[in-house]
Design a protein around this ligand. Structure first.
Ligand code: TRP
Ligand code: SF4
Length: 330
């Protein structure tokens, strides 16, 4: 008897700048774990980047390369998964177009991220046809590979909910072609940025994986803490401390619990507490930064990995689209 087929995983990241710790904790950490067990497709979603960066589209190419280097240096392994660039596989666009015919406009207008992102990126005109369809393209990404599992941060939950609705609707009107994709939420709560808001490139509060050690030290040393600790003798609460989200993500549990006790009893100072996060982080980032330097010296190898990933992804995508066209009768 054949072993049961491996479940298919899909996830994507927008190439809009270098990867930060929030990207790692929210997504890449589970990407790394899943590549050992599942059939994983990981995509650098260039057209999603275009939906917000269309006025400076020439920056996207460099960001694709940077993101690929980030992922490969973290240990995303093209021998275990398919790593590719979305726009190398035109079938994503074809399926996006087809799905768009099935989706009532109000479904898209009520996706909360549509308005939120417009506010967050107020300097950009995002009241566009393409940006409204962002979650449709995301749905196409996922179901093109018949993926069942989608590892993402909680901020993507609304998009996955829509993806399931769209999938059901297509399956109902046409034929049961696609499985409904399930969200695999990351277990660690979201990371705060240096100013205490959620870590995000557009807030200018991010710690980047490729930041030099002295920059990382400085960013964390000045990061916002529980405001109750005005003086060293004031006790604090790690649950209300933005900096402590780093501890939850990177510091071993016993050490972390000890520090939390020290905070609540004013037994330790914030700098001492932060030093544990800095040490853990620099320990984790050391090997990554070493690999990054090697990839930067050999850009050809990165391009070749992406080209090969694109070929493998496209094989799957072509198979699905043949079935879709057949079922549509087109
Ligand atoms: N919207 C996702 C984000 O901003 C990126 C993305 C695009 C994605 N297509 C996807 C994530 C498909 C998961 C599956 O992070
Ligand atoms: Fe935050 Fe640590 Fe300071 Fe407590 S001691 S407020 S957890 S940085």
């Amino acid at each position: 008897m054949n072993p049961p087929a491996k479940k298919i995983v899909f996830s994507g990241v927008r190439p809009t700048g270098p990867a930060h710790l929030g990207n790692y904790v929210g997504a890449f950490r589970s990407w790394l774990r899943l590549q050992d067990e599942y059939r994983c497709f990981y995509s650098i979603v260039s057209w999603h980047a275009l939906s917000s960066e269309y006025a400076s589209s020439r920056t996207i190419g460099g960001n694709i390369f940077e993101m690929a280097v980030d992922l490969l240096s973290l240990g995303i392994d093209p021998g275990k998964c398919v790593l590719f660039v979305q726009s190398d596989v035109p079938e994503h666009a074809e399926l996006h177009l087809i799905l768009s015919m099935f989706i009532p406009l109000p479904w898209l207008e009520r996706v909360p991220t549509f308005k939120e992102m417009q506010q967050e990126l107020a300097d950009k005109e995002l009241n566009t046809y393409g940006f409204l369809g962002y979650p449709v393209l995301q749905t196409a990404d996922i179901i093109l590979y018949k993926a069942e599992v989608v590892p993402v941060g909680e901020d993507q939950e609304a998009h996955l909910e829509l993806a399931r609705e769209v999938t059901r609707r297509f399956n109902r009107f046409v034929a049961p072609v696609f499985p409904e994709p399930q969200t695999l939420l990351t277990e660690v709560p979201r990371l705060a940025g240096t100013d205490g808001r959620k870590m995000s490139k557009s807030f200018g509060n991010a710690v980047y994986l490729k930041d030099p050690p002295e920059v990382i030290r400085e960013k964390i040393a000045t990061m916002v803490t529980d405001t109750r600790r005005k003086r060293r003798s004031d006790p604090g609460d790690p649950d209300d401390c933005p900096a402590f989200t780093l501890h939850r993500a990177f510091v071993a549990r016993e050490v972390r619990e000890e520090l939390a006790r020290g905070c609540r009893t004013a037994g330790i100072g914030c700098l001492e507490c932060k030093r544990a996060a800095i040490d853990a982080l620099l320990g984790f980032l050391g090997p990554y930064q070493e690999k990054r330097r090697a990839f930067e010296k050999d850009p050809g190898s990165v391009r070749e990995i992406l080209a090969e990933g694109g070929r493998r992804a496209r094989e799957e995508a072509k198979r699905t689209m043949a079935e879709v066209r057949d079922r549509l009768g087109l």
